[in-house]
Each structure stands twice: as structure tokens, then as C-alpha cells.
Design a protein around this ligand. Structure first.
Ligand SMILES: *Cc1c(COP(=O)(O)O)cnc(C)c1O
Length: 345
């Protein structure tokens, strides 16, 4: 069997005999279930959920035009990030590569697993410094995380650089598209079949308005998905989450309307703040937030807080001196934000 990723796995996993759950060993339909020590009484959530979420995966597969065996579902994308590190990175030996600044969980998950993080600064346009990145690639750099649109800068990474990373990196490249629904540029997902070392992360937490159900998606070649399934907790996505996500597909128009409204509102915020004295620079955004350089980020953060408005102070982050990251809210919330900043200026 020619498995394109076996050589990248942590070798001890090849000996792993995964836990076989009751709902995995018997997959058919029966009259009487006495196999999982469940309570037969109860109000609909007394049974364990489908460990591989097949009904939901079929729906997602149709929507994203992939095969169900190219989908992993997790307790948020954060679970997928953690599982990928545990699949591929030997603690104390292997490394992950990330651009800086980017989403914080890649580095936190790596540190929890005792996996070294190689930080490569982005250019001051927040685009990839391709040659610096490539200099850090080695046979122990197993995972490269690229976030596009990037958090906290909000921009999409240029497609050409992204593709160059995927073809040149010796390990697995994870492209985190949590904000892809807000971006006019293209997703890398349609190219999934071209790359055995590509994992694309998406989530129900942003455009879908379902952060509370904790549901993230990873798309990859079936052999990577199989391995993620082998090491995940058996029932990692609960029944209520699966149910609510399936129902959300019935009102997908709502999701698209929200995205449209958030994009319009992003423009409202940008146009108003451009004219505001305390604002020095607004970075172009392809996401549902904007990164804004202030005259004094800490002071403005505290002023907003006094008026009941919480934003994210990113001023300690590389390349984000004096920057606040502000999520797009409802029209009313955005007007309150704009007024607060104008009055403080
Ligand atoms: C919000 C966000 C996620 C989503 O994580 P979930 O665990 O799915 O809620 C993933 N990646 C990035 C970059 C994010 O900003």
C-alpha cells in the first residue's frame, strides 16, 4: 500500500490499535441496542452519537464538493490543530513552522505537546516572506500552519506564495480558512485533490454563527483523515452539535445574508474610522474583523471598556504595535463603537 503520509507520522502510532467503540463495531440498524451501556430511558440524547458523523459529513461533502472520506469533524478546529500536532510531531524532536503574527492556538497546542515552534515574521504587508520561510524548512519541520485570511491581520495570503509553500514544504501544510466565507478571493479547497500534504481547516464558528456548538472541519486526503479518526476521542462531536449543524444547512440563506451584512458593516466601520483622529491606520481586511493602528492602543482599549465595549488589544503582538483588533458587530453595536472612538478623539 502506497500511503503518501506514512513516513511523516510519529512512528509509534503505526503500532496503535485504535479504540473500537460500540457504535463503530455495529453500524447497522437494529431494534434493540444493548451494546453500549447506555440508559434506555431518556429524552433523545441518551444514546451515543455517530462517532464518524456520517449524515453531517455527507451534507458537508455535497456543499464543499469533496468526498466524505476527505472530511474530519472535530470539537472546533482547535481539536483538529491539536490532533495534527500529535499525529506528526515527535515531542522534543519535531517542529512546527508558523508565520508571525498568526492565530495563537498553533503555538499553544505545540507547546502543550512539547513541540518546538519556528516563528517566521511576515512582511510588513502581512504577506509571507517566502524565502525566509523556505530557509527554515528541514526534515524535522513536520507541520506548517498558514492562516488565510490571517488572524489578527485580516488579509488573505497571496495564492502564489501559498502554493509555493505547499509544493516546497517537506511535511504537512495546514491552511486555516476560518474566515474564508468573508473573503472574495478563492479557497484552496478545490485544489485538495492535487496535494497529499494539504489540510484545509474551516469552522462553523464564524460565518455560520455557531461558535457555541464547537464544530470544526478539516479537509485532507483520506489517509490523513483516517489517521485523525484513529487518534481522536471516539465521540468527539456530540449529538446536539451534529443536529444543529444539519439544521443550519436548511437555513443556509440566512448564513449568506449575515455574511453580506457583516461585509457591508465592515465597510461602514472602516469608512467612519478613517476620519477619526485617534486612528492611524486601518489594515485591509478579508475577514469579519479589522486590525486598526491607534495613537495609543492601551488608552483607547480602556476608554472603550469604560463604555462597555470590549475589543482585542493586539499591541504586544509582532508587527501589531498600537493595534486593536475589532470584530464587526450588529449595525447598532458598530455605531456605538464608532461614536465612542470619535468622542474620545
Ligand atoms: C476563530 C478561529 C478558528 C476557529 O476555531 P474553532 O475551534 O473552530 O472555534 C480557527 N482558526 C482561526 C484562525 C480562528 O481565528
Amino acid at each position: 500500500m502506497n500511503n503518501p503520509i506514512t513516513h511523516l507520522l510519529r512512528p509509534h502510532l503505526l503500532q496503535l490499535k485504535p479504540y473500537a467503540s460500540a457504535r463503530h463495531e455495529f453500524k447497522g440498524q437494529a431494534e434493540i441496542y444493548l451494546d453500549a451501556n447506555e440508559n434506555p430511558f431518556g429524552s433523545g440524547v441518551n444514546r451515543y452519537p455517530d462517532p464518524y458523523q456520517m449524515k453531517l459529513k455527507k451534507r458537508i461533502a455535497d456543499w464543499r464538493v469533496v468526498n466524505p472520506n476527505q472530511i474530519f469533524l472535530g470539537n472546533g478546529s482547535d481539536e483538529a490543530i491539536d490532533l495534527l500536532i500529535r499525529l506528526f510531531c515527535r515531542p522534543g524532536i519535531d517542529k512546527i513552522v508558523i508565520p508571525a503574527p498568526t492565530y495563537g492556538m498553533y503555538s499553544v497546542s505545540a507547546q502543550i505537546s512539547n513541540v518546538e515552534v519556528v516563528n517566521v515574521p511576515l512582511l510588513d504587508t502581512f504577506q509571507l516572506d517566502v524565502s525566509s520561510m523556505k530557509r527554515r524548512f528541514s526534515d524535522t519541520t513536520k507541520l506548517l500552519f498558514l492562516c488565510s485570511p490571517n488572524n489578527p491581520s485580516g488579509n488573505c495570503l497571496e495564492a502564489k506564495a501559498l502554493l509555493e509553500m505547499i509544493t516546497e514544504f517537506p511535511g504537512i501544510v495546514v491552511v486555516d480558512e476560518a474566515y474564508i466565507d468573508f473573503c472574495l478571493g478563492e479557497s484552496i479547497l478545490p485544489r485538495l485533490n492535487k496535494f497529499d500534504n494539504l489540510v484545509v481547516l474551516q469552522t462553523f464558528s464564524k460565518a455560520w454563527g455557531l461558535a457555541g456548538i464547537r464544530l470544526g472541519m478539516a479537509f485532507a486526503t483520506p489517509s490523513i483523515i483516517d489517521w485523525m479518526n484513529k487518534i481522536k476521542p471516539p465521540y468527539n462531536v456530540n449529538s446536539l452539535t451534529q443536529k444543529i449543524a444539519l439544521e443550519a444547512f436548511d437555513t443556509i440563506d440566512q448564513q449568506q445574508a449575515w455574511v453580506q451584512s457583516l461585509l457591508e458593516q465592515r465597510k461602514v466601520i472602516v469608512d467612519a474610522l478613517k476620519e477619526t483622529a485617534c486612528v492611524l491606520n486601518i489594515y485591509p481586511s478579508d475577514a469579519n474583523f479589522v486590525l486598526i493602528r491607534m495613537d495609543d492602543a492601551k488608552m483607547r482599549y480602556n476608554q472603550l471598556l469604560k463604555q462597555g465595549i470590549v475589543v482585542r488589544d493586539r499591541s504586544k503582538v509582532l508587527l501589531c504595535n498600537q493595534c486593536l483588533r475589532i470584530s464587526v458587530g450588529t449595525p447598532d453595536e458598530n455605531q456605538s463603537l464608532i461614536k465612542a472612538l470619535q468622542n474620545n478623539s
